[in-house]
Design a protein around this ligand. Structure first.
Ligand code: NAP
Length: 290
């Protein structure tokens, strides 16, 4: 199967590498073209533009930062729309809102192409290990054909119906995750400020009903104020913003998520946008008392 891949950030690089490792022929493109080099060393071909990738491949996957990037790669000059046509398919796995996904879908379908959204749950490590959870929606026939791709990228895929449903489900998941991260960070800070050892808190949490891989993985490095980016904080804040907009549309009151969003915004204003989203801990800790 020849697959195109647009966007070689933290996630896209790991996913494209997995496809190569599993015998797919992969043609890659990234806005910063030098990021293609490592993939080329592992056997990938390079397309000069998104259009060039689509021209070459029957299936093209995108993994881009946010709605404006996802739209620009499709609609701008040298974009996907210039070459998408009958017989070609586009699978956008970026995390965006439903309106963005629908806009992309309409463009692709108007040119005779087929469209599927497939945002993922799971971060850098699950992407490297092919253990993502794929939240697909759109054309069911394309979903069925894409199963061999999803089997390599993920441990489970869901088909959620019409375009937009995958995007919405992903935003709900990340809204919960962002709120949990804030509660966790406040707990670490409260433990430390009350004269307790926060490492004991990690052990206590890990033994009970609140145990989860996120606390277990992020906790120890948060205690050392280390935030190597697996999921950049700027993307988590984008997801909170989009989830809150979904709440607005549906008149769902989400005070916990709104407060979490404020903390992520504060962390961004402190210059932490490219750090891992656990760096919200710095915003919650605030300046230390003398
Ligand atoms: N990291 C995670 O844990 C995780 C987990 C699940 C879902 N996601 C979602 O997956 C997507 C990618 O995340 P990531 O962590 O891989 O992000 P990332 O490392 O920041 O990579 C972003 C990618 O988007 C490209 N890009 C940004 N703006 C662009 C534009 N205007 N035109 C073309 N390309 C553009 C970047 O190209 P350059 O290299 O040129 O900047 C890069 O390839 C996001 O939607 C994110 O929310 C991430």
């Amino acid at each position: 199967m020849e697959v195109g891949f647009l966007g070689l950030g933290i996630m896209g690089k790991a996913m494209a590498m997995n496809l190569l490792r599993n015998g797919f022929k992969v043609t890659v493109w990234n806005r910063t073209l030098s990021k293609c080099d490592e993939l080329v060393e592992h056997g990938a071909a390079v397309g000069e533009t998104p259009a060039a990738v689509v021209k070459k491949c029957k299936y093209t996957i995108a993994m881009l930062s946010d709605p404006s990037a996802a739209i620009s790669v499709v609609y701008d000059k040298d974009g996907v729309l210039e070459e998408i046509c009958n017989g070609k398919s586009y699978i956008d796995m970026s995390t965006v809102d439903a309106d963005t996904s629908i806009k992309i879908s309409e463009g692709i379908i108007s040119k005779g192409g087929r469209f599927l959204e497939g945002p993922v749950s799971g971060s850098k490590k699950p992407a490297e290990d092919g253990q993502l959870i794929i939240l697909a929606a759109g054309e069911k026939g394309l979903y069925d054909e894409a199963i061999p791709i999803f089997d390599v990228l993920g441990k489970k895929s869901f088909f959620l119906g019409q375009v937009g449903n995958g995007a919405k489900m992903k935003l709900v998941v990340n809204m919960i995750m962002g709120s949990m991260m804030n509660a966790f960070s406040e707990g670490l800070e409260l433990t430390e400020s009350s004269g307790l050892d926060p490492r004991t808190l990690l052990d206590v949490l890990d033994l009970g009903a609140m145990a989860n891989p996120m606390f277990k993985m992020k906790g120890p490095s948060m205690l050392q104020s280390k935030y190597p980016p697996a999921f950049p904080l700027k993307h988590q804040q984008k997801d909170m913003r989009l989830a809150l907009a979904l709440g607005d549309e549906n008149a769902v009151s989400m005070p916990v998520a709104a407060a979490a969003n404020e903390a992520f915004k504060k962390a961004r204003s402190m210059g932490l946008g490219d750090q891992d989203f656990s760096a919200v801990h710095e915003a919650i800790k605030g300046p230390k008392h003398p």
